[in-house]
Structures are given as C-alpha cells and as structure tokens.
Design a protein around this ligand. Structure first.
Ligand code: C5P
Length: 332
C-alpha cells in the first residue's frame, strides 16, 4: 500500500462459461474440464484496508448496503490467507479489514466466491506491496479454489484440468457483446452437480462428445493465428454454445423447473439460451449491451405479469451486462 490509510479497491467480476466439457475424472477426484470462460462487466466490489485488530476481518453488504452474514463469504478470507502463505516473509503481511459489496448471485454458476478470492489474493499483495512471480500467484490461486486461477488471466481464457491450467485467449474486438443473465432464486452447489453427473444416469450429458468439440473449436478460434472475433461472430455461434455444457442435465436434475424456464425464455426471446457452470444461471448473447437490456426488460415484464414461471423461492435475478475482454478495453 503506497499509503497504508488508503484502501485497495478491486472489482471481482462474474464469469460465464461459453462452453463447459467434462472430459473425465482426475486421480485427485476432481473433474477434468475443458471450458472457455469469459469475465463479465458486473461483479462484486472488494476493498481492503489495514485492520485495526490483530486478525483479518470481513464485513459484507448487499448491493443496497444491507449487512449480510459474512460466514457465507469465507472465500475472501481464504484468498487473503493464501496470499499471506505465498508471500511469507517477503513482505509485511499485516492483517487486513475486508469489505465486500456482494452483487453476484450466490451458488449461481457465475463463480462469485472464486472471483472474490482472486480479488482478495491480488488485493492483499497490492496492500502489502508484495510482488510474486506469476507461477506462485497461480499456485496460490489454485489453492484457494478450482475457479480462482481463471480470474488472474484478466480476460477470456481456456480453462483445463481441475481449473488450474489457464491459457489466455484473444480479447474480442469491437463493441462488447451483451449478455442477459437470468438466475432463478435457488442455489446449486458445485459439488452436488458433479456428484449427480457421476452417479445419476438422468444427469449424464446428452452431447458429451460434441461439447468437447465445440469447446475445442471455440478455444482454437480465440487462439493464436485467428483474426479477432467480434460480438456478431460470437452471437452467430450462440446456438452451438448454448448446448455445449456437460453439466446441464445435472442442473436440471437438481433444479426441476430450470428446463421449462429455459424453454420459455427461448420462446420469449427467440434466441438460444445457455447455462453457465453448474447453474442455475441461464444466459443469452447479444451483439451489444442495448440488445441485452431490451431482452432484460422483456423478461422483467413477463415475470411481473406472472407469465414466466421460474423455479426457486421468488422471482429470478435478471441482469444485462457485457463480456469483458480486459486487455484491450478497460473493465466496465
Ligand atoms: O475447488 P472448489 O472448492 O471450488 O471445488 C468445489 C467442488 O466442485 C469440489 O469439491 C469438487 O466436488 C467439484 N469440482 C470438481 N472438479 C472440478 C472443479 C470442482 O469435481 N474441476
């Protein structure tokens, strides 16, 4: 911290899986993944300041400033702890007071907790003035959770293995694609989704081989030697991407009512509807933020009129945002 009294502030973006192939099981029991992931233009906000006491502390508020019980947001403290572990004696790793503004729906397939952990890890190092080689940062991120290393890439990336092999992909060119997110008011725990995937025949993927191919294809198109992809190019691929998630049937098993909502959204909006991670967040892609906002307005209207049935304890969260490329555009 250049000035110990000035808090470090970090945005912790949500992520979207454009593809998610589960290739098998690793010797450590985790699943071997092949996924193209992108950061989004909305997320949580984390600030870190020097703690007055002798321990790290965490205060959490929702988007309206109401206090939330911090026990559900332990990934922030995990991120700080992993940072302290790798920094060791290389820096004065003083205790930090963290304040998290939570906007990303929880257990929703948007990796909010993992993004918070990554923001905490990098923010803590900044606060302590610590600099570490990239591979040590990556190891600390992997120790904090499977989805955490992705967030160090700062843009679209191919994520493989348990989540620890991250290959940055080309940023998208031109206007940022718009994304509509519809998150039913229910939570799906990632371990439960993988457990169902492993053991319940109804949760087996319908298109296993083709998901892998779609994922490999998209990763190649966003990789070296290809011209930059524009929003329109991505939107044209939405039909293929929307079915390229091997955890979709597991999410349907764990959240009955998700599949009918997905069909209803597809009918209402006339575009392919995908699932992010292990759900329950559903997505649709648009050439720009305007398109996503118009779609969000239609979904809100339909929900308000009682015409859209969404599983869960209340109406779904409906968010219009963008895919962020990070390296060429500044995050929104
Ligand atoms: O690493 P993290 O704690 O975020 O993972 C949560 C759970 O998700 C793991 O305990 C595991 O059950 C499952 N998982 C998996 N394979 C992955 C990532 C997560 O089986 N690649």
């Amino acid at each position: 911290m250049s000035d110990a009294l000035t808090p470090v502030v970090r945005l912790a973006p949500a992520k979207l899986n454009l593809t998610l192939a589960v290739l098998g099981t690793l010797p450590n029991g985790f699943h071997d993944l092949h996924s193209v992931m992108v950061p989004l233009g909305f997320g949580d906000r984390l600030s870190l300041a020097r703690a007055s006491g002798g321990e790290d502390s965490l205060h959490v508020v929702d988007g309206d400033g109401r206090a939330l019980h911090p026990s559900a947001f332990g990934s922030v403290l995990t991120g700080i702890r992993e940072a302290r572990r790798v920094v060791g004696r290389a820096a004065e790793a003083f205790p930090l007071a963290a304040r998290l503004e939570k906007r990303i729906p929880i257990a929703a397939g948007l990796a909010g907790g993992s993004s918070d952990a990554a923001a905490a890890l990098e923010g803590a190092m900044e606060a302590w003035g610590a600099d570490l080689p990239a591979h040590e940062r990556a190891a600390a991120a992997a120790a904090a959770g499977s989805d955490v290393p992705f967030f160090l890439a700062g843009g679209p990336a191919l994520v493989e293995g348990r989540g620890d092999r991250v290959t940055p992909l080309n940023p998208l060119a031109g206007e940022a694609p718009g994304v509509l997110l519809v998150t039913p008011a229910l939570q799906i725990a990632t371990p439960a989704a993988f457990a169902a995937f492993d053991s319940d025949p109804a949760a087996a993927p319908a298109n296993r081989g083709s998901t892998r191919l779609s994922s490999q294809h998209l990763a190649a198109e966003l990789g070296p030697g290809h011209p930059p992809m524009r929003a329109g190019d991505l939107v044209r691929r939405a039909g293929v991407l929307a079915v390229a998630n091997d955890l979709a049937n597991a999410a349907d098993v764990l959240a009955p009512g998700l599949r009918p909502l997905r069909r209803a959204l597809s009918r209402l909006l006339g575009v392919p509807i995908g699932l992010s991670g292990s759900g329950p967040t559903l997505w649709a892609l648009y050439p720009s933020l305007d398109g996503a906002e118009a779609a969000a307005a239609r979904v809100r209207d339909e929900t308000a009129r009682g015409l859209l049935e969404s599983p869960g304890a209340g109406p779904p969260s409906i968010i219009a945002t963008t895919i962020e490329s990070g390296r060429e555009r500044s995050p929104g």
